[in-house]
Design a binder for this molecule. Structure first.
Ligand SMILES: Nc1ncnc2c1ncn2[C@@H]1O[C@H](COP(=O)(O)OP(=O)(O)OP(=O)(O)O)[C@@H](O)[C@H]1O
Ligand code: SF4
Ligand SMILES: [Mg+2]
Length: 362
């Protein structure tokens, strides 16, 4: 399919103002997540359903997001990344823990306050095919949020505003009456970005937004997200299962395993001094494009499968696959603290180990 983009033309000062809401200082704490939990009930029986257990999809996640930064959240399939993103945008209610946004706990919000929060924290989904209604025009998709948040865009100027948004994400504004099936995967993801921008958000949760795209298109969408961040002061929680994808865009990286964060730090810390065995294993599986460096990479092959989140191992959840496990690992869950590596890792025996050559990691 052709790519009828306008090449992300420079946006005027007037339309930049229309895309961004009121902003505070870069670097201030926007979101603080503490001990976040989401347990899904496991039920049995057809007529009389009874709960026989729980899937601990998210089990004690701590994360902080500052204004203007990108935090990368990485982990294998099923570790709870999408559940964290749904909790953050209030599509799910947490079982426990808190999400503090601009100093207020938003987990119990309802009515107007919830509506205001939902406007400020938007989401872009992984699958650009499934996340757009095929029966709506692109213009209606982008403008849909204004039916709930009418104050963001006065009714009279909505068409112009929609076209500005399409232009800003690199789509031809004249295609406002086309349908999603008339666009390629990358273009559909741009439509999803325009839809999120329409509500002038402060935070965008990007749940694997480029995983379904070709590598060359991935880079274009990532560049667009970075440009928008510079221009509008946006903050991103950027989710991926591949450390190489988040490296490109993240200021800080959090590594997730079976429902909780096992290591967190600046991108340089996590890439050059990974201290949790799981992070080391993830990094060792990142492909290197420079042939002369390939022989210098540590190969760590993880044994066994990820345990079920319905029946996680006692103590450290990684212990069933860890080559360093000792008795204490089965008895005591390691806290996510700095044990001398300069950044926190949830391992009793945390130790920095360079897995990928520095030349590549920096
Ligand atoms: N509504 C639900 N009911 C029951 N279990 C659920 C529900 N949603 C998610 N889960 C389970 O919670 C766990 C975490 O799922 P989640 O989708 O958050 O993982 P993920 O890290 O986003 O995976 P992926 O990389 O495949 O997208 C999985 O075991 C999943 O099966
Ligand atoms: S706490 Fe033990 S099992 Fe867990 S990662 Fe560290 S060494 Fe491995
Ligand atoms: Mg997911």
């Amino acid at each position: 399919m052709s790519e009828p983009t306008t090449g992300a033309t420079a946006v005027s000062t007037a339309s930049t103002a229309a895309l961004s809401g009121a902003r505070g200082a870069i670097g201030e704490t926007l979101l603080e997540i503490r001990g976040l939990q989401k347990y899904f009930p496991l039920t049995q029986g057809v007529v009389l359903q009874r709960t026989v257990g729980h899937v601990r999809a998210v089990d004690g996640v701590d994360l902080t997001l500052h204004r203007g930064e990108t935090v990368g959240l990485v982990g294998e399939s099923g570790c709870g990344k999408s559940t964290v993103s749904k909790l953050l945008v209030a599509l799910e209610k947490p079982t426990g823990g808190s999400i503090v946004y601009k100093g207020k706990d938003v987990t119990g919000l309802s009515g107007r306050a919830l509506k205001a929060y939902r406007r400020e924290v938007q989401i872009i989904f992984q699958d650009p095919y499934a996340s757009l209604n095929p029966r709506m025009t692109v213009g209606d998709i982008v403008a849909e949020g204004w039916s709930v948040h009418a104050d963001v865009a006065p009714r009279k100027g909505r068409l112009k505003r929609t076209q500005e948004l399409l232009d800003r994400v690199g789509l031809n504004p004249d295609y406002v009456n086309r349908y999603p099936h008339q666009f390629s995967g990358g273009q559909r993801q741009r439509i999803g970005i325009a839809r999120a921008l329409a509500l002038q958000p402060e935070v965008i949760v990007c749940d694997e937004p480029v995983s379904a795209l070709d590598v060359s298109v991935q880079a274009q969408v990532m560049n667009l997200l970075e440009d928008l961040q510079d221009e509008l002061g946006l903050s991103y929680l950027f989710i991926a299962h591949d450390l190489s994808v988040v490296r490109h865009i993240s200021d800080r990286v959090a590594v997730m395993y079976l429902g909780s964060i096992v290591e967190e730090g600046t991108d340089a810390q996590v890439y050059t001094q990974p201290s949790h065995p799981y992070t080391q294993a993830l990094l060792s599986s990142v492909p290197l494009h420079e042939p002369h460096l390939r022989g210098q990479k540590d190969r760590i092959l993880l044994q066994g499968d990820v345990p079920s989140p319905a029946d996680p191992p006692s103590g450290c959840r990684f212990r069933t696959r860890c080559w360093k496990a000792q008795d204490i690992c089965a008895e005591e869950a390691p806290a996510l603290v700095d044990r001398g590596q300069g950044h926190p890792a949830a391992c009793h025996f945390a130790e920095a180990r360079m897995v990928v050559p520095v030349e590549v990691a920096e």
